[in-house]
Ligand binder design. Structure first.
Ligand SMILES: Nc1ncnc2c1ncn2[C@@H]1O[C@H](COP(=O)(O)OP(=O)(O)O)[C@@H](O)[C@H]1O
Ligand SMILES: [Mg+2]
Length: 392
């Protein structure tokens, strides 16, 4: 300890005080003394000490009563109780009440020095331990703050770059058809177009406008997917019914394109879903199969049950998806190069929507595919519980 060690001796025998001082002061310790409990209490309250040598029997009370004020003043203040044979009992009580050690009167100089040094060591250790604990706490608090800060930053970085990337992609997707539309309109206004070409240009313009509408619809469906999943929007319904509703239009598309189109409803499982969203699942999967299969190919839709699951399968003999791309096709805006080559229309938002919907209902979707051979998309939804069935 840097500042000189200060020892307070509380004893009503002047001889003891003098004796202690004679031993301690040559060692460089500073001492103070008190002859009564009252005086001792005042010194403790007003001064600072490293060790208190405390007589247990004082004229105005028991030394033990000073232990509490000592602890209050300085929890690391070390108290050594001096005791004669008559007061051993009290000394033991003092130890129990928090005194560090006792030294029996009469004691030798050596004994006193050993005891004082032990007491000082004890004080040094407990101050050191406290300092370490505080350091540890400070360090832990700093680490926690730093970690929190880092997480916030990461989150910010992630959402910021995600929204920026998303907005840029959307802007890019919207810009292309808009530019096309604008140039068609400019051509028409300038009157550069022969009457027989006009029809064609207007037709293409209408298609581009439709692309834009599809894109906007996909974006809106994606944005509201979570809300649409919620309980108030759900009802118990037959998955077969929802399939049969979307089939006629899609079947016409397929046959117009020269594809064989079959639907095989093996079971009619009930599911608890938002009907609009389930129609989106079917029509996205089936229209992809039609879109990405060349004339002469086939599209097959199967609905069945497997245990607690309703299982929908849409398979085609189309262009297929390279193995490396099979997880990417569920990511927003991703389209394979084969798909872009075959059909320039499409924003790549259909499968991400399907995946979010299916997973929102605690279901799964998987794809198996081989390039040039075809693809099979299989989605599973939990069947409605029979208790849910009763409520329909
Ligand atoms: N049946 C399929 N056969 C081959 N490729 C497919 C099929 N379905 C989806 N894909 C691939 O997944 C991509 C993402 O599909 P989707 O999100 O519906 O976008 P889009 O229909 O606008 O191209 C497609 O661009 C295509 O590359
Ligand atoms: Mg699609």
């Amino acid at each position: 300890m840097e500042s000189p060690v200060k020892i307070l001796i509380i004893d009503d025998e002047v001889g003891i005080i003098k004796g202690c001082q004679r031993v301690l002061e040559p060692q460089g310790f500073t001492t103070e003394s008190a002859l009564t409990l009252h005086e001792g209490r005042q010194k403790i309250e007003n001064g600072t000490y490293d060790v208190v040598l405390l007589d247990i029997m004082l004229p105005d009370g028991q030394g033990i009563d000073l232990l509490a004020p000592m602890r209050e003043k300085d929890p690391d203040l070390v108290c050594v109780v001096m005791t004669g044979y008559a007061s051993v009992e009290l000394a033991v009580q003092a130890i129990k009440a928090g005194a560090y050690n006792l030294i029996a009167k009469p004691f030798s100089y050596d004994m006193l020095l050993v005891t004082i040094n032990q007491a000082l060591e004890k004080r040094r250790l407990s101050i050191e331990a406290k300092r370490l604990r505080a350091l540890e706490q400070d360090a832990a608090a700093l680490v926690a703050v730093a970690k929190e800060e880092l997480e916030r930053l990461e989150h910010f970085k992630k959402t910021f770059s995600l929204t920026t990337a998303f907005t840029l992609t959307v802007a890019h997707e919207v810009r292309a058809p808009l530019t096309a539309l604008q140039s068609f309109l400019l051509l028409l206004r300038k009157g550069y177009v022969s009457p027989d070409q006009q029809e064609k240009i207007i037709e293409t313009a209408i298609e581009r406008a439709q692309d834009l509408l599809d894109l906007v619809d996909d974006l809106m469906n994606l944005a509201t997917v979570r809300e649409e999943l919620t309980a108030p929007n759900r009802k118990v319904m037959s998955l077969a019914d929802s399939l049969e509703k979307v089939v006629p239009l899609l079947k016409t598309h397929a046959e117009d394109k020269g594809l064989s189109f079959t639907v095989d409803v093996r079971h009619r499982p009930m599911v608890t879903v938002n009907p609009g969203q389930i129609a989106q699942v079917w029509s996205n999967l089936i229209s992809n199969a039609i879109k990405y299969t060349h004339a002469g190919g086939s599209v097959k839709v199967i609905l069945e049950e497997a245990g607690t699951w309703a299982v929908g399968t849409v398979e085609d003999s189309g262009i297929g998806i390279p193995a490396d791309d099979q997880y990417r096709v569920f990511m927003e805006f991703y389209r394979t190069s084969q798909a872009k080559e075959m059909d320039h229309r499409g924003a790549g938002l259909g499968l991400p929507l399907v995946k979010r919907i299916v997973e929102g209902y605690e279901g799964t979707i998987e794809v198996e595919s081989a390039v040039g051979k075809g693809s099979r998309f299989v989605f599973k939804l939990p069947k409605a519980k029979s208790s849910e069935n009763l409520t329909t």
